[in-house]
Structure formats: structure tokens, C-alpha cells
Design a binder for this molecule. Structure first.
Ligand code: NIG
Ligand code: FE
Length: 428
């Protein structure tokens, strides 16, 4: 059964894993970090409090003491989590997890001293994945993505954003988006899809990027919007991709077709992508290594989330860090995501992404955890339905075998997930 249900302003989230029963369940004996109160700025700690969670029809009905909840819901099934840490399920708000091909050889070229940009200019990089993805069926794309998706699930992920962008022709982009929707039918998680129609210029356009932009705005965007397969639109504003003027035009068209926008911005140079994203009311601006103070204040004013992608920073051995202190001062919500992709960030663990955000970017434990929960939800426009443990939201929960929340960030390579609940249903 395919059951559409509310997913906030980013659009639909569809899955057959909609809990079929209305049975009430109480997740009891947890130490709960709800992500509702995130310690300000540099305060490092995330306080977890003893609490139980009552679940009805997949949503959180109440939080409180187990015995009070038992009185209120006497027929509820009790599930004791043995005093473990309970957090919102993790949200990966930026991935390119659907793709074909393999770029491990580029890893070796970069180790030998070549830059990402020069590999891209020689036909490698994004274009090499485009060539492989164009050969792949929906089924092949799903089969290739599932091991990566399963790795994310094993680290407590319950909501996943998936971008297209390795087709760059209408058919392949639609196949990628279909593969992303299919993943939501095959696993117990919420998937949010993004049409990354302006990732890079494919070779058949002979260098005519304005011509590509024209077709994108007049043919492909309306077709993808009409397909209902995309919840949002994304672009890459960079010297090796599209100019700010082109992105401006594309975003205007995307918004005209009802798609919220987000932007790969200021990753390798400062093209003032953050300000551009903010001006279009973007859900998020992502990467941001070269964003300046002006860009930061534009994000703050627009309420656009800064999505930090420390995996790409790490794998590319970038030297320029995003302006974390300025983002903090301005109160810009900072999300953390894997950017899971075959080139710049072959990373499929949000726990590892948090570790990189802490070590490379200096985020606190609290900032890391908020970055993969409440702020990641906002980056997807899903802040009303997931991201914190509050009555009325989906009961998407991760239960961890750790003594202290900081272990989730600190212990690189550990597999501390005890159990995952998606919409109130525990994994088998
Ligand atoms: O987010 N920056 C552009 N896009 C991806 C990289 C994709 C690739 O290299 O395949 C990113 O890092
Ligand atoms: Fe990306």
C-alpha cells in the first residue's frame, strides 16, 4: 500500500511502511534527549532525562513518567529500553546516495596530487558518474544504493534526503528520482527527494551552459515538477558548474513550478551563493566553506539552514573551513549531513559525519546532535513532523548503547545503535 502523508512544506513522503495498527506502545525506561532544548552556543553537553514515550498510530502521543503513561494508556504494549539513551532518529539532509559506477580510482589520483577540479575538467568527477548512471535502470540504481542506505539505517537514520543530478537529461533524472522513491518503499524510513537539475554541464551541450539552463527552465523543470517525483530543487553554483546569474534564473523557474530550493554554495570559491540562496528563501545552503559575513547574515535573515558537509571537506583535504563562529553568532541553524556521493564524500554514516564536524569544524556535541536532528529536519522543511521528540511528531527514535551522548560523536567506527523506531515501529 502506498500511503501519502504529511511531510511539511518540502512535499510528500511516501512509504508502504506506514504502521498498519493503531496499537499504543510505550517506549519505557529510556534516558531521553528530545532535541527540543539545545544548549546554546559553546555549551557542550546534551542533558538526557529519564522518560517514557507513548506512541499512537506512529506518532508521539505523550512523553512522561512510565507509570503515568501506563495509567493513561492502560492497553499499551510496554517496551523497556533498559535505561539506554534515546534520541530522535537521525536525519541525513544531503545525499547523492542514488548513483551508479565507481570512482575509487579518482581517490587514488587525488592521493597522487591531482585536484578535484582538474579531475572534473578532464571528464572525471561528476561526469564520470553521469556516464555510468545513464546506463543504469531504476532497479540497478536501487540495488546499488541499498547497501549505502542500509549503512545509514544501521547508524540510526530514519529520514533521508536523496538528490538526482547524475543524469542531467530528463529520462535519467526521472529514473534517479523513481529509484529514490522506490527506496522508501523497500526500507522503513522517510525519503525526501531533490531534483538536482543543475549539477554540472553534460558533454552533449558542447559547452553551451546557457542553452542547458534554457532547456532546464522551460522543459525539464516543468516536467519533473509535474511528475510529483521531486520534493525540492537543488543546483551547484561554482566555477566548475553554474554561475550565480544562471542559478538565479533557474531558481526563479523552480519556484514558479512550486519547488522549494536549496543550493550547493561557496564550496570551492566565494561566488556569494549563500546570499543568492537566501534571496530565494532557500531551505538550505550547503557546504559554505567560502561564505563570508555578508552571506552569513543573509542566511540568518532568511531563516535558511546552513548544511555543513565535513565529509567533502575531509576527502578533498580542503583548508578553508566554513565560518562556524559567524554562523553561531548570527544564530543560523547548522545541520550536518554525509553528502554521501561517489567522489567527494563516499561516506555513509551520520555518526562519522558528526565526528568530522566536531574534529574538523569545531562543533560541540550538542551542535552535532542538533545538526543531524532538529536542524536537519528544518533543512528539509520537515520541522513540524520530525527532528525532535515532541507530542504530535512522528515517533522516529534511535536507542543507543552509550553512557553519554558525547560518545555518539566521539567514538569513530563504533556501532552503538541498539534499536531504531520508525513511525513507532521497532526494527525487527
Ligand atoms: O556535494 N559539490 C557538488 N556535488 C557533490 C559532489 C558530487 C561528485 O563529486 O560526484 C558534492 O560534493
Ligand atoms: Fe552534495
Amino acid at each position: 500500500m502506498l500511503a501519502p502523508h504529511g511531510a511539511g512544506s518540502a512535499g510528500r513522503v511516501i512509504s508502504q511502511f506506514m504502521p498498519a495498527t493503531s496499537a499504543t506502545r510505550i517506549i519505557a525506561n529510556g534516558r531521553v534527549w528530545s532535541a527540543v532544548a539545545v544548549p546554546a552556543e559553546r555549551a557542550g553537553d546534551c542533558a538526557a532525562h529519564p522518560a517514557a514515550i507513548a506512541v499512537q498510530q506512529g506518532r508521539i502521543a505523550a512523553l512522561g513518567l512510565a507509570r503515568e503513561l501506563q495509567q493513561r494508556f492502560p492497553d499499551a504494549e510496554l517496551l523497556d529500553v533498559g535505561g539506554r539513551l534515546v534520541t530522535p532518529g537521525l536525519i541525513d539532509c544531503h545525499t547523492h546516495i542514488v548513483h551508479a559506477g565507481n570512482r575509487a580510482a579518482e581517490f587514488e589520483r587525488r592521493r597522487a596530487g591531482e585536484s578535484y577540479q582538474s579531475i572534473a575538467k578532464s571528464g572525471g568527477g561528476i561526469l564520470s558518474t553521469v556516464a555510468a548512471t545513464r546506463q543504469a535502470s531504476v532497479q540497478q540504481l536501487v540495488d546499488a544504493a541499498l547497501p549505502r542506505v542500509d549503512a545509514l539505517l544501521a547508524d540510526g537514520t530514519t529520514t533521508l534526503e536523496i538528490k538526482s543530478g547524475y543524469g542531467l537529461d530528463l529520462d535519467t533524472e526521472l529514473r534517479m528520482l523513481r529509484a529514490a522513491r522506490a527506496i522508501a518503499d523497500l526500507r522503513a524510513l522517510s525519503v525526501v527527494t531533490t531534483y538536482l537539475g543543475a549539477h554540472t554541464l553534460p558533454p552533449e551541450h558542447g559547452g553551451d551552459s546557457d542553452g542547458y539552463v534554457q532547456r532546464l527552465c522551460t522543459e525539464w523543470l516543468p516536467a519533473v515538477a509535474a511528475s510529483g517525483l521531486a520534493d525540492a530543487f537543488d543546483a551547484y553554483c561554482e566555477t566548475i558548474a553554474f554561475t550565480p546569474q544562471q542559478v538565479d534564473r533557474i531558481f526563479a523557474a523552480a519556484r514558479q513550478y512550486g519547488l522549494r530550493v536549496k543550493l550547493h554554495a561557496d564550496q570551492l570559491s566565494n561566488l556569494h551563493g549563500a546570499r543568492l540562496a537566501a534571496r530565494h528563501g532557500a531551505l538550505s545552503a550547503d557546504h559554505l566553506e567560502y561564505t563570508d559575513e555578508d552571506g552569513v547574515s543573509a542566511l540568518a535573515q532568511a531563516g535558511t539552514v546552513a548544511v555543513l558537509l565535513p565529509g567533502a571537506f575531509y576527502f578533498l583535504r580542503e583548508q578553508q573551513r566554513p565560518p562556524i563562529e559567524a554562523l553561531r553568532r548570527a544564530g543560523v541553524p547548522m545541520a550536518v549531513a554525509t553528502d554521501c556521493n561517489p567522489g567527494t564524500s563516499p561516506l555513509s554514516s551520520l555518526l562519522a559525519a558528526m565526528n568530522l564536524a566536531a574534529v574538523e569544524f569545531g562543533l560541540t556535541t550538542a551542535e552535532c546532535l542538533a545538526g543531524v536532528t532538529r536542524h536537519a529536519a528544518r533543512a528539509l522543511g520537515l520541522q513540524d513532523s520530525v527532528g525532535t521528540l515532541e507530542p504530535g511528531k512522528w515517533c522516529d527514535v534511535a536507542v543507543w548503547d552509550v553512557a553519554h551522548p558525547a560518545e555518539l560523536v566521539n567514538n569513530l567506527g563504533a556501532r552503538p545503535l541498539h534499536r531504531r523506531f520508525w513511525r513507532g515501529q521497532p526494527d525487527a
